[in-house]
Design a protein around this ligand. Structure first.
Ligand code: KG4
Ligand code: ZN
Length: 359
């Protein structure tokens, strides 16, 4: 029997403060605690995350969440092997809060500090609940990121698609704001769409004909804004528009994921069954889950979705990435600086604003 490894994970890159303790014992992952405090109530008035308010709210609460996470795990600090904190990408003020808290705790308790890339947390989050072998394809769809990345093995990542403008969650949030549906927009659009006519409005699907796996969502919300300007925004209008928007997103995701699966098969000559992990807040959307499951039957691959609590931002995925790094002695010095921009694939090109046309 191997000695268990226990790591604390601290997450504060956006609008959730979270602290978790995760254990690996006999190759099994146990989430001993996962405390998440959302800042939705603070930001909803503004219809989006206000960085300064987010940083203040993280710093108001981080010490209490650390104590709560330790208490709920049934352990004491001595039994924890390392402290991991999200060090990027994300909002600098929030990252500083989590990273400084993590470093202080590590220094005070004489334990290693591990700086985690938030995207690596999302990429590995599925392992909190089930065993999965490398390589697999990741579709990450959140408020700040939209990308297809081949998870070749631990610490070996190749991004094959991304957005050239808005992230998908951002498109949901902005569209909801135009329709006055509340924040965060994703769950509101999903709720309204449930009783709307998805065929009423024809919205654009940018880059859909291109055979790559890149996205563009900015035109979609502008088109919604133009239609809204010409209509009375009744409840029925909102429901039909939410349904049409969600349907358009589904068709884009379906087609681009099909392209990404084909690209994965060309690049990775693996005999194993292809698994596609869908992570990030937007992966909570039931109609997206359903249409990807249908794609799985057509393309003969399996789509895996972490539980919703591990799709949205959480400390457990950061602690898990910390365990993987701890096992490989990948520690960081206490002078590690947070990185607001930190791509998972170091060689990936910065694509924002790029025109991506491929044969
Ligand atoms: O991963 P996450 O919690 O935070 C980031 O790292 O961004 O994702 C938040 C995003 C928000 O844009 C929110 O509107 C979206 O996920 N979201 C959804 C749903 N639930 C959350 N989008 C569509 N449908 C949902 N049910
Ligand atoms: Zn995230």
């Amino acid at each position: 029997m191997n000695k268990p490894i226990r790591v604390m994970g601290i997450e504060s890159s956006c609008d959730e403060t979270s602290v978790s303790i995760v254990e690996k014992r006999d190759n099994k992952i146990n989430v001993l605690s996962n405390i998440v405090k959302s800042q939705i109530d603070i930001h909803k008035y503004y219809g989006g995350v206000v960085p300064e308010l987010a940083a203040r709210a993280h710093s108001d609460i981080i010490d209490k969440l650390i104590k709560l996470a330790i208490d709920q795990s049934g352990l004491n600090l001595k039994k924890i092997d390392a402290i991991a904190a999200t060090a990027g990408p994300g909002l600098l003020g929030g990252l500083l809060v989590g990273v400084v808290a993590g470093k202080t705790l590590a220094h005070y308790s004489n334990k290693p500090f591990i700086a985690i890339n938030h995207l690596e947390g999302h990429a590995l989050s599925i392992k909190l609940e089930r065993d999965i072998n490398f390589p697999y394809l990741l579709l990450l769809v959140s408020g700040g990121h939209t990308e297809f990345t081949i998870i070749k093995s631990f610490n070996s990542y190749k991004r094959i698609g991304t957005t050239i403008d808005d992230a998908l969650g951002e498109a949901f949030d902005k569209t909801a704001r135009i329709l006055n549906l509340g924040y965060p927009g994703g769950p509101e659009i999903e709720k309204y769409a449930a009783s709307g006519d998805k065929n009423r409005f024809k919205l654009p699907m940018p880059l859909i004909k291109e055979k790559n796996s890149h996205f563009s969502f900015a035109g979609l919300k502008s088109s919604v804004a133009n239609i809204v300007a010409e209509h009375r925004c009744t409840e029925k209008f909102k429901r039909d528009m939410a349904a049409s928007f969600q349907e358009t997103v589904n068709r884009i995701i379906f087609k681009k994921t099909q392209n990404a699966v084909n690209e994965f098969r060309k690049l990775v000559k693996s005999k194993k069954d292809l698994k596609v992990v869908v992570a990030g807040g937007v992966a909570a959307n039931k109609s997206i889950r359903q249409s990807l499951k249908e794609l799985g039957e057509i393309e003969d691959c399996e789509f895996l979705f972490p539980s919703i609590k591990y799709c949205t931002d959480n400390g457990a995925m950061i602690a898990l990435a910390g365990i993987e790094r701890f096992e490989r002695n990948k520690f960081n010095k206490l002078n590690f600086k947070p990185r607001p921009r930190w791509p998972l694939d170091k060689n990936a090109l910065f694509m924002k604003g790029k025109r991506v046309v491929e044969g």
